[in-house]
Design a binder for this molecule. Structure first.
Ligand SMILES: [Zn+2]
Length: 332
């Protein structure tokens, strides 16, 4: 199932990279491919205050409500208009709907994104942390082993912040150093959460080869070891080679491979859209994920970049370090 509503287009600021065309172009493209002939398209409900408050402070919730009501504003890198609060509640609600559904795999095609929103603040184009709201909700529904995989090019500092001391497993592959600066391999969680944060910082220039090495050597073994009841995926597509905000060089092949692999590693899989700012490439990246998730006919959009052996070598070194850090927690 795909959860989407046109109301996701109401949050918008002309000229901003996180613009409504990201989703309108994607939905038009998927419609043209006939995706909705085979996959159910579902309208989301809004998340309730109690859903948001499982992962955000009351003051953050009230702030977001107040800011949106006061008209269009830009604070730092994040913008708000009078529709933003409701749209953000719908985005979080869409992930809850996927978690609630009987479907084994769901895709919440949402805006605004969520993974930079921390317990107490919005940032990085994110208002509420959609994937965290979904994970915390899953816990209330009796899901015991919950994992989040984040392949957005940016580290999901918000998700890490929210679950740093909890046993919800958070795995992130991201360019590093890069915005927002967090996500070093040494950040592994604290207290009850020690070992439940897995950061895989990757150097700029990494192509499919180096990226898949990190997936094969760290991500899939950790997920296999954990065997989650539910896997939520923070699916950001700004690690694509054509993306203006990232320095990784992935092709759509990698997105296809990831969803094909992870759907076998959890009892249920829920994808949530995060970043991805090349309006031409984004619909194809999302289609590649859907094709892997639902065994749709793959398409050819781009050509994988030839291997950057310097970057791959650096990935090999980093994997070695990460494995040493993680081997006391996971079979890697
Ligand atoms: Zn991003």
């Amino acid at each position: 199932m795909i959860v989407y509503t046109k109301r996701f287009l109401n949050h918008n600021l002309t000229g901003h990279p996180e613009c409504r065309e990201r989703l309108s172009a994607t939905v038009d493209f998927l419609e043209g491919k006939g995706v909705f002939d085979t996959l159910q398209l579902v309208e989301p409900g809004q998340a309730e205050a109690e859903d948001i408050l499982r992962v955000h402070s009351q003051s953050h919730f009230e702030n977001m409500k107040g800011i949106a009501e006061s008209g269009t504003r830009v604070l730092g890198d994040t913008y708000y208009n009078p529709e933003s609060f409701e749209t953000a509640l719908l985005a979080a609600g869409a992930v809850i709907d996927c978690v609630n559904s009987e479907c084994k795999a769901g895709f919440a095609l949402v805006r605004p994104p969520g993974h930079h929103a921390t317990r107490n603040s919005s940032m990085g184009f994110c208002i509420f942390n959609n994937v965290a709201v979904g994970a915390a909700y899953a816990k209330t529904q009796g899901k015991r082993k919950i994992a989040i995989l984040d392949f957005d090019v940016h580290h999901g500092n918000g998700t890490q912040d929210i679950f740093y001391e909890s046993d919800i497993l958070y795995i992130s592959l991201h360019q590093w150093p890069h915005y927002p600066g967090t996500g070093a391999a040494e950040e592994v969680g604290e207290e009850r959460g020690e070992g439940y944060t897995v950061n895989i910082p990757l150097p700029g220039g990494v192509t499919d080869t180096g990226y898949n090495l990190a997936l094969d050597e760290i991500v899939y073994p950790v997920l296999t070891d954990y065997s989650p009841d539910i896997l939520l995926v923070s699916a950001g597509y700004d690690a694509h080679q054509n993306d203006p905000l990232g320095g990784l060089k992935l092709s759509t092949d990698t997105y296809h491979r990831i969803s094909e692999n992870v759907k076998k590693l959890a009892k249920k899989t829920v994808f949530t859209l995060e970043g991805g700012y090349n309006i031409t490439a984004l619909p194809h990246c999302i289609y590649a994920s859907l094709a892997g998730l639902y065994s749709l006919k793959p398409e050819t959009f781009d050509t994988p970049q030839s291997e950057n052996s310097h970057a791959t070598g650096e990935v090999e070194n980093r994997i070695q370090n990460i494995r040493e850090n993680l081997s006391i927690y996971w079979k890697v």
